[in-house]
Design a protein around this ligand. Structure first.
Ligand SMILES: [Zn+2]
Length: 321
C-alpha cells in the first residue's frame, strides 16, 4: 500500500492505541481465538505442528497463508499469525488508534474463521525498522511458539514494512537456537523451517515455488476472511476512497461491492495456481493438479532448517489426501 502523506487531512494523532503505561513490551495480544492454554500457548509435546506467520500489516498473514493456515488448523495443528505493525495508517479516511483497534478486531475475526491465533504488535504502520529490539521481539515470538515452521515476506518487496519483516525474520533464523541470545526465553534446540510467502518481485531474484498448496477445500474460509478485512478490501484501505463504499441501506449496491472484492481476490488466488501449475503437478499428480483452482505458494529460506522430501510431507500433511 502507499503511505498517506503526513499532511493528509485524514491523518489523526497516532499515539499508541493502548494504554502503554500498563504495557512494557511492544508485543500485545490483540485477539486469540484458538482454544489453547490460558497464556494462549498451545500445549507442547503432543506431536502437532506449530506454525507462526509474520506479516507487516493486519491482513498480510491472512492473504499470504490464510488458506494453508486453515488447512493446518483444521487438522489440529497450531497456527499463529503476527502482524508486526498495528496498521494505523492503512485507510483513506481514518487513521490512528481508532483504525488500529478496528484492524485488530478484523484480524481477530479472521482468526475465528481460519482457526489460528492472532497477535498485533503495537508498532506504527509504515515505521517498522530493523532494530535489535525488533529482532529480539521476533526471536522471542518464534521461541515462545516453539515453531516448526516460520513464514514471512521476502526482503524483496515494494513496501518497506514488508521488506523489514523479511529481514527481521531472516535475522531471527538460526539465532533462535543460540542459548545466550535473548536468554530470557528458552532457545530452540532445532532451527525451524523458514518459508517466504509468494510475491511477484523479480529483482534481485524472483520467488521460487518450493511448496505450492491447493486451497480449494478452504477457499470459502479465505473469502470469508477477505470479507472480514472490511477496512482494507471492501473500503479499499489507504488507496481507496469514499467512491468505493456504497450506502449501507442500498443492499444491491452492498452485494455488488462484496462480489467485486471477492472476484478480484479470486483472480489473485487462481493466478497463483496458474503460475505454479508445474509445481502443483509434482505434488498432486497431473490429473488433480489440472483441477486446482486456488493455491498458495512458499519458498524455503536457506537460513532455516532445510527439509528433505520426507520432512516436507510431514510438515505439509495435505498432499495426496
Ligand atoms: Zn502489508
Amino acid at each position: 500500500m502507499k503511505i498517506p502523506r503526513l499532511s493528509s487531512p485524514f491523518e489523526m494523532p497516532r499515539r499508541s492505541f493502548l494504554n502503554l503505561a500498563a504495557v512494557t513490551v511492544s508485543a500485545i495480544a490483540a485477539s486469540s481465538s484458538q482454544a489453547q492454554s490460558a497464556e494462549g500457548k498451545p500445549p507442547s509435546g503432543d506431536g502437532r505442528l506449530r506454525i507462526i506467520v509474520f506479516g507487516a500489516h493486519p491482513d498480510d498473514c491472512e492473504i499470504s497463508a490464510g488458506g494453508t493456515g486453515a488447512k493446518w488448523a483444521a487438522q489440529g495443528h497450531y497456527v499463529k499469525f503476527v502482524s508486526c505493525t498495528n496498521g494505523d495508517i492503512g485507510h483513506w479516511g481514518m487513521a490512528g488508534g481508532r483504525l488500529a483497534k478496528r484492524r485488530a478486531k478484523e484480524v481477530g475475526k479472521c482468526a475465528e474463521i481460519l482457526g489460528n491465533q492472532s497477535q498485533v504488535l503495537d508498532i506504527h504502520d509504515g515505521e517498522l525498522m530493523v532494530t535489535m529490539e525488533n529482532r529480539r521481539t521476533i526471536c522471542r515470538l518464534i521461541r515462545d511458539w516453539q515453531a516448526d515452521i516460520v513464514i514471512s515476506h521476502r526482503p524483496n518487496d515494494y513496501h518497506p514494512d514488508h521488506r523489514y519483516v523479511g529481514v527481521l525474520v531472516m535475522d531471527a533464523a538460526y539465532m533462535v537456537t543460540v542459548p545466550h541470545f535473548c536468554p530470557d526465553v528458552p532457545h530452540l534446540t532445532k532451527n525451524p523451517v523458514f518459508l517466504f510467502a509468494e510475491d511477484e518481485f523479480r529483482r534481485p531474484n524472483p520467488f521460487t515455488p518450493d511448496i505450492v498448496v491447493s486451497i480449494d477445500d478452504v477457499a470459502e474460509k479465505k473469502f470469508a476472511a477477505i470479507e472480514a478485512l472490511e477496512s482494507q478490501f471492501y473500503e479499499g484501505g489507504c488507496n481507496g476512497g469514499p467512491h468505493l463504499v456504497p450506502n449501507p441501506a442500498d443492499s444491491a449496491a452492498v452485494a455488488a461491492r462484496k462480489k467485486a472484492v471477492r472476484e478480484e481476490w479470486a483472480g489473485y488466488f487462481s493466478a497463483t495456481a496458474r503460475r505454479f501449475r508445474p509445481a502443483l503437478r509434482e505434488r498432486y499428480g497431473k490429473a488433480r493438479a489440472e483441477k486446482v483452482k486456488y493455491a498458495e505458494a512458499f519458498e524455503i529460506c536457506e537460513y532455516g532448517r532445510r527439509p528433505d522430501k520426507e520432512e516436507l510431507k510431514r510438515l505439509f500433511p495435505f498432499f495426496g489426501a
